[in-house]
Design a protein. Structure first.
Length: 150
């Protein structure tokens, strides 16, 4: 009889712990971070590689991207376009961020070439993963927060 009472107590305790765990998990889900343009704010080291398949041109770009937290960005770095090195290459652009931490960027290179990216913000804005979405390109990259203006 004592054993049966202890089993019921154990089961009730287990159910109570399980219910608490579910409640805590549900509460944490409600607190998930939502993103905005302010989620990208500071200096990011970045690297992007790929190929422009329309002209069979391999491409690499590495440098510093600065996002102002209000939807504007600038980029300075070194590029390799089919093996031709361009130092001090610049890009300006604007970006939009959705609450889902995904977004788009419209870019303009120094030589007036347009760029269009889609991206996802990860690790509370510390990293950005992106892909070039202009037809005929197979280019992707990432950017990692170096310093913040927050």
């Amino acid at each position: 009889m004592n054993y049966l009472r202890m089993s019921r107590t154990g089961i009730a305790l287990g159910i109570g712990v399980f219910a608490c765990a579910i409640a805590v998990a549900a509460q944490q889900k409600k607190v998930e971070r939502s993103c905005s343009a302010a989620s990208l704010n500071g200096n990011y080291g970045f690297s992007m590689t790929g190929t422009n398949t329309r002209i069979s041109l391999p491409f690499a770009f590495v440098g510093l991207m600065t996002a102002d937290g209000a939807g504007n960005l600038t980029v300075k770095g070194s590029q390799s376009r089919g093996g031709r090195i361009v130092r001090g290459a610049g890009v300006t652009g604007t970006y939009k961020v959705l609450p889902t931490c995904t977004g788009t960027a419209a870019l303009r290179f120094d030589d007036d070439t347009p760029g269009s990216l889609e991206f996802v913000i990860v690790d509370d804005g510390k990293q950005v993963l992106f892909i070039d979405v202009i037809e005929g390109t197979v280019e992707s990259g990432s950017a990692t927060l170096m310093s913040s203006r927050r």
